[in-house]
Design a protein around this ligand. Structure first.
Ligand code: ZN
Length: 192
């Protein structure tokens, strides 16, 4: 698509969004945000906050980077958890994650900026078997990012002010429970 075509779609898209909203909707959050979820997920275009809640506006503080990594988003995460005090931190991995595929296949041809971010995945894959499949690797990464945040925010978890969820958005039916299903894998590090 040409940039100009996309720009037209952006304008039209916002017009469509506004048709479903009145002034009252915006007044509820025009001065302050009060999300209930801090979500750390992958930048992948197939993963959007609207798959979690039908109305993400003012409900989801959404942080995205390649591979849903804590280490590449620490300030944003602290903002959601320490300032906005959302009661839930959702760490969301997904089907067919390009970051995990790139990490597995090798990425030394990538620009230094991309290499730097992918390098931070390394601790997620310590002591794993070579034959572990893509789903297994994506889950290892989710588990690792959950462990990091459980350590960072341990006091809030202990006080039951925060629940940390590890989850998998399965838009490819990798787990056989249907396309588009969100699987909550763990709560505060305990498998569910
Ligand atoms: Zn991804």
């Amino acid at each position: 698509m040409k940039p100009s075509e996309v720009i037209d779609l952006i304008r039209e898209g916002n017009e469509g969004f506004l048709q479903g909203k009145n002034t009252e909707f915006f007044k509820t959050h025009s001065k302050k945000q009060c999300p209930m979820i801090t979500m750390l997920t992958c930048s992948d275009a197939r993963v959007q906050s609207s798959v979690i809640l039908p109305e993400p506006v003012n409900n989801i503080f959404c942080i995205e980077n390649i591979g849903n990594q804590v280490s590449n988003a620490e300030g944003s995460l602290d903002y959601g958890i320490l300032h906005l005090e959302t009661p839930v931190l959702l760490i969301l991995g997904h089907s067919d994650c390009g970051a995990i595929k790139a990490y597995t296949a090798g990425y030394d041809q990538e620009p230094a900026s991309i290499q730097r971010e992918l390098n931070n995945l390394q601790p997620a894959f310590v002591n794993i078997h070579d034959e572990i499949d893509l789903l297994g690797r994506i889950r290892k990464n989710i588990d690792y990012q959950v462990r990091v945040t459980l350590s960072k925010y341990s006091e809030k978890v202990r006080q039951e002010k925060l629940a940390i969820l590890g989850a998998y958005y399965d838009f490819a039916n990798d787990m056989g429970a249907g396309y588009g299903k969100l699987h909550i894998l763990s709560i505060n590090g305990k498998t569910v």
